[in-house]
Design a protein around this ligand. Sequence first.
Ligand SMILES: [Zn+2]
Ligand SMILES: [Zn+2]
Length: 894
Amino acid sequence: MTQRLAEIPKAYDPQKVETKWYQFWLEKGYFTPEIDSQKKPFVIIMPPPNVTGELHLGHALTATLEDIMIRWHRMMGDPTLWLPGIDHAGIAAQVVVEQMLAKEGVTRHDLGREQFLERMWQWINQYGRAIAEQHKRLGASCDWSREHFTMDEGPSRAVRTTFVRLYEKGLIYQGERIINWCPRCTTALSDLEVEHKEETGHLYYVNYRLAGEDGIITVATTRPETILGDTAVAVNPQDKRYTSLVGKRAILPVIGREIPIVADDAVNSEFGTGAVKVTPSHDPVDFEIGQQHDLPSVNILNTDGTMNENAGTYRGLDRFACREQLLSDLEKDGLLVKTEPHQHSVGHCCRCDSVIEPWASKQWFIRISPLAIPAIDAVTDGRIKIIPERFTKVYLNWLENIRDWCISRQLWWGHRIPVWYCDECGQFTVTTEDPQACTNCGSSKIAQDPDVLDTWFSSALWPHSTLGWPEQTEDLKYFYPTSVMETGYDILFFWVARMIMMGLENTGEIPFHTVYLHGLIRDEKGEKMSKMKGNVLNPLNAIDNYGTDALRLAISTGTSPGNDMRLNKGKLEAARNFANKLWNASRFILSNMEDGTSFKINHAILPIEDRWILSRLSRLIDSVGSLMGDFQFGEAQRQIHDFLWGEFCDWYIEMAKLRFRDGKSERGSISPMPVLAHVLETSLRLLHPFMPFITEEIWQNLKGYLDYDMAESIMVSPYPTTAVGDEGSREGLEIDAEAEKQMTVVIDIVRAIRNARAEFQVEPSRWIEAFVVVAQTRPAIEAQAQAIETLARVRPLTIIGNEAVRPDKAKTLVLDGAEVILPMAGMVDLDVERARLKKEIDGNQAEIARIEARLKDESFLSKAPADVVEREREKLATQHDRLVRLSERLSDLN
Ligand SMILES: [Zn+2]
Ligand SMILES: [Zn+2]
């Protein structure tokens, strides 16, 4: 693949480069690790994106951060596995295919389960890998040969095995409980899948007449339609107001059913009237009260949120329409006492935002607290580390208060619950293999539970199920426990905590030793990106417009664990500009290379700037190494970027150009080429995990010239380290403090002169005279005189000692270790500048006089608000400052 200069285009074209190198890496098999029992592997299991997914910025951030770690470890020589996968995405995927069917005018029920699942698989086979292909465009170096889908045979077997084992241990049970029901998705949801929002609703006060006597009891409710399902009224036993009513009966409005009045400690006397209606089928607290007092349960809802036959005349109405109708009927009957606005928390479905109905229903649950204990221990005893640390408390708090997990879903798409019911004896058969007969009575009249498992059930097994569990495969033995779980902090409970619980339960070992949680990507104003707001940045468009490397760089700029970050076009443009800067610098270096040149650095004869850049590179390598180990990728990237753009391109290459131009002088006789080549080649390897494509392209070009012993690709080259004898260290680099000190003075001098030129608006092409006053570093500065002249555009440059007579009418710049004196005549026309300054000072003094007069004016001071007076005082201070600076500048000229 070696290229020569003639083929290197002037501008960097990501489109031409990216596919070519990705294909090359794939063909070479670099993404697939070799199992080497002598070495400890580095393993990341990729959070599997949804099969319905379109690559969004969240995926791009996840993949970029993981690829950075993966490429770094691979270059460090670790057997490195990044295992990709795809999630079957229960509800989301089923909805997509249902919507397709709706266009054909059929429902899944028309098709029947079997045919519907066939359609699901057709869809999955056709579109299901789109998101994986999109990950390739990001440069993700994951091992596609180990890619898994949650519905594959292996992970499916792991799901069944886990279910059966937990069932046999008594940790999975079926029970009638109040669950969260989404009428739109028509399924039960776990507590985590419900988003609670504070909303202003109403509190309705409704009178229930007493049965067999005069009198009423008033209850307050936020969901009046549930009156239809009431089977009692409850009060607190301590509540004196109601003592005489306990044991009596009330008549349910509209329906006319007689219900008992009971006393229960669960009733809060402070709420409403202190008397509450009890609807055991539709409220968790009422469910408990119902159990306590042996109350009947009346279910009033159909699965789609309409009212059922128990709702009498309201049957068939939607729950909210029923509410309105019922309220107006209550009002007609004079039973609606009052309506108050009421602030309360309302549960919404996290997928479709519908209002959730608490609903008593028979579902499968995991008894989770026995699984939570080892998961708590694994973090508190330090076997698992959560980054950033502040999420440790969040994690522990959730696990310490965890409630049983409802795992059954009334869907067709997913892992079907491995439970068969017997028609003959009514017992369950729970088994990993489809049974032919009931294990209890031998009857063949058995039917499988129609429900599927929560998608997160299979995700919880992902780190071990993808490696072959329950089989003791070679992969499982070598790669498990994995190393880092990198994901968004928003799925700490949904996924991370559950992986830790299930990993420990199934394998006895932690699934990973580090959890790295990244933040969200927000827009430039810090707002969440959403299609509704129209502020979504599509990563595939960004790749088309700026290149993958620019997207990856922009996304990892300023990234730090757990913190949200902002992304805008400006960041993408800056990243593209950096790619171009690096490309141009590399073109310059390559264009000065010749075949057969030796690139060995002769350390004995190096000029100061060579020693300086090598020393700076050493520091960079050290620093990046420790930052990467500390998961500070944003800072590592910033330091590499700043070194390349600033120290290397802006200073070292600019100075090297003088040496090429001035080849015959004494300094020019030492070619900068070995150092240029060495620094570029090393920096490319440092940068590779962040920007894989451009670094490979330049590195391969460079490789064609260098007489180094180099790998086939940058991605399998050693990562630079300064450790002696380490593979990554091509030269035994050391810190050269003296060279750094001297070059710092040179750079400061040039910078100060450039700033002064800008201040006096000297045209860029104009040469100005300069004096530099130095003491100890004089020889070093004299050696750099030519560089200073060119870089600061000063001529003549006179270097003098402290004792020398200084020129007057000059601007003096005091620096650490040097002083710069710029005669004003060289920069400006003295007469014109003096006149201009005098005029400016006159205007300035007039303004001062005006403000001072105002601040002495009693009527202004008495009438004006304090902040206006304060602003005038600030203005005065600013004008005084300005006067001082203008006067100083004028005295420089006199
Ligand atoms: Zn829903
Ligand atoms: Zn049976």
